[in-house]
Design a protein around this ligand. Sequence first.
Ligand SMILES: Cc1cc2nc3c(=O)[nH]c(=O)nc-3n(C[C@H](O)[C@H](O)[C@H](O)COP(=O)(O)O)c2cc1C
Length: 170
Amino acid sequence: MQANTQAVKEQKVLIAYFSWGGNTKTIAEYIHEAAGGDMFEIKTLQPYPKEYNPTVDTAKEEQRLNARPKLSATIDNMSGYDTVFLGYPNWWGTIPMALFTFLEAYDLTGKTIIPFCTHEGSGFGSSIDDIKRLSPNALILQGFVVRGGSVKRAKNDVDKWISRLDIGGR
Ligand SMILES: Cc1cc2nc3c(=O)[nH]c(=O)nc-3n(C[C@H](O)[C@H](O)[C@H](O)COP(=O)(O)O)c2cc1C
């Protein structure tokens, strides 16, 4: 049997996101409605506190220690995805340390990473530089950034952004 090397490969989409308070999760759901694909929630084995201030303190300490919090689940078939939407809240100016763990766990060479970030004033901060450093052989596309307080009104903006991205059909 001859392999058909000419076959046009369908883009397989993964939406991987970390969300402590639910804002980033809401954007992940909008993306899923618009682009399809598989959803994966990046969660730490040790959950963060339920209250805001202790979480802020824990995150600050993790950043100071350059920690790599263990994650509660892994993706078995990362090689099967072409496009990875990567979502996170801005924590202390960049990606939460759990995203460092996540990006170091997978070889994303040749894949397209599309970041999306929710925040309360810092925008992407230095998260894009950190993602590039952690996944140097991936193509990083223009991401989507929104304030946490505007997430509920952001569905149209997400739809417009997705339609401008060249990621193939659902
Ligand atoms: C630990 C922690 C650190 C944060 N650091 C920042 C920050 O440096 N800059 C900023 O604009 N927002 C910061 N925020 C606000 C979050 O980015 C914002 O509320 C985001 O929408 C939360 O997303 P989530 O509901 O998906 O967790 C921080 C929030 C937490 C809990």
